[in-house]
Design a protein around this ligand. Structure first.
Ligand SMILES: C[S@@+](CC[C@H](N)C(=O)[O-])C[C@H]1O[C@@H](n2cnc3c(N)ncnc32)[C@H](O)[C@@H]1O
Length: 268
């Protein structure tokens, strides 16, 4: 890492942190279909998937006959995305890059989507500016996000109490799950905003199984667990107890309920 810019350093940490995400694509696969449907993606549309990870939304969109471009920060996930596209038999234009600096022309896409992705770009006003810039007028922006009041949003809050504070100017990702914040962030640049909600169900054999999987795959948490294990094991135990108590509220029939928000709007 050759930079002293805190925002650039933050992104570099994100890039490394997200590399083990691949097993979680099983859970984001059904919700990808839900987002493609919510966005109304159809054959021949030019679609951009921002923070595409292993390509679950991009590939689902391409299977409708859309012409899809997808971008992510993390090269290991793009490698998996290429493999997924090869298996599915679809062509996608993959890019390694930053959602806050999209390497595409103004108005290049009919639809811009992001599933639990653009929320990790540190500066909401920058990423939303970019997503709307590359969208054509009357085009559709659509995304899935985690509300602060449900399981994943509450998990972010819990983890943030144990982690070092992010650099100034980095917004908490679950704010993207609040319709009022979304209205404010997209503002008068869009019209016809539509919200919906759905549920991701995560199989788990026990609350502790869920935590173990989470600690091995969730980008922002992996490093924190490593640091606490070395520096303050009692604090790590406390985090684990709190995480288990939170999970227990949402755990039933060997499933963890993760409710999420879907948003769609039309660029003015
Ligand atoms: C929770 S994963 C979601 C991946 C995928 N959209 C899905 O639904 O499976 C978050 C993704 O955001 C990506 N990401 C984080 N910050 C980013 C940024 N500034 N620009 C582009 N991608 C970013 C990560 O690399 C990771 O793939």
């Amino acid at each position: 890492m050759q930079t002293t810019d805190p925002i650039a350093q933050f992104k570099e940490t994100q890039k490394q942190g997200w590399a083990p995400f691949i097993p979680l694509e099983t859970h984001t696969t059904p919700t990808a279909a839900r987002l493609v449907q919510h966005a109304g993606i159809a054959a021949n549309q030019r679609v951009l998937d921002v923070a595409c990870g292993t390509g679950v939304v991009a590939i689902t969109a391409a299977r409708t006959g859309a012409r899809v471009t997808a971008l992510d920060l993390t090269p290991q996930l793009l490698e998996r995305a290429r493999e997924n596209a090869r298996i599915a038999g679809v062509d996608i234009d993959w890019h390694e890059g930053d959602a806050e600096q999209l390497p595409f022309d103004d108005g290049a896409f009919d639809v811009v989507v992001s599933q639990f992705g653009h929320i990790f770009a540190p500066r909401p006003e920058v990423v939303v500016g970019e997503m709307l810039r590359v969208l054509k007028p009357a085009g559709t922006i659509a995304f899935s996000t985690w509300p602060p009041e449900f399981f994943v949003g509450r998990t972010f809050l819990l983890v943030s109490r144990y982690a070092p504070p992010p650099p100034p100017g980095v917004a908490p990702p679950p704010l993207w799950g609040d319709p009022n914040v979304i209205r404010e962030r997209l503002g008068s640049r869009v019209k016809d905003m539509v919200f919906d909600r759905d549920r991701m169900l995560i199989p788990a054999l026990s609350v502790a199984h869920h935590r173990t999987n989470f600690e091995r795959t969730a980008g922002p948490v992996i490093k924190l667990v490593e640091v606490l294990a070395a520096s303050d094991p009692e604090r790590l135990s406390q985090l684990r107890r709190e995480f288990d108590a939170l999970t227990a509220e949402y755990f039933r029939d060997n499933l963890v309920r993760q409710d999420y928000l879907l948003t769609r709007a039309t660029k003015v």
